[in-house]
Design a binder for this molecule. Structure first.
Ligand SMILES: [Zn+2]
Length: 80
């Protein structure tokens, strides 16, 4: 009985860390200084999911440098 409780606790801690990491990653992709820079060095980037071209200031970027037109496509791309 005790081992089941311990196992449940480990899963709970693991899930908490996972959610925390995802939230941290999401926060880092939306930098507040991005809007200030967008006029000077804006490049056109292609969405990896739908192929839409948009300015880099308007795209969402993952940790591998892929660009997406929105957060939904980023999550879709990282799913598989
Ligand atoms: Zn897209």
């Amino acid at each position: 009985m005790r081992s089941i409780l311990f196992f449940g606790l480990v899963i709970l801690v693991f899930l908490t860390i996972l959610i925390f990491m995802q939230r941290l990653r999401r926060n880092s992709s939306v930098k507040p200084d991005q809007t200030e820079k967008n006029q000077s060095n804006d490049t056109i980037e292609r969405c990896e999911v739908c192929g839409t071209f948009s300015p880099s200031s308007e795209t969402v970027q993952d940790e591998f440098g892929h660009h997406f037109c929105n957060q939904k496509h980023l999550e879709e791309f990282n799913k598989d």
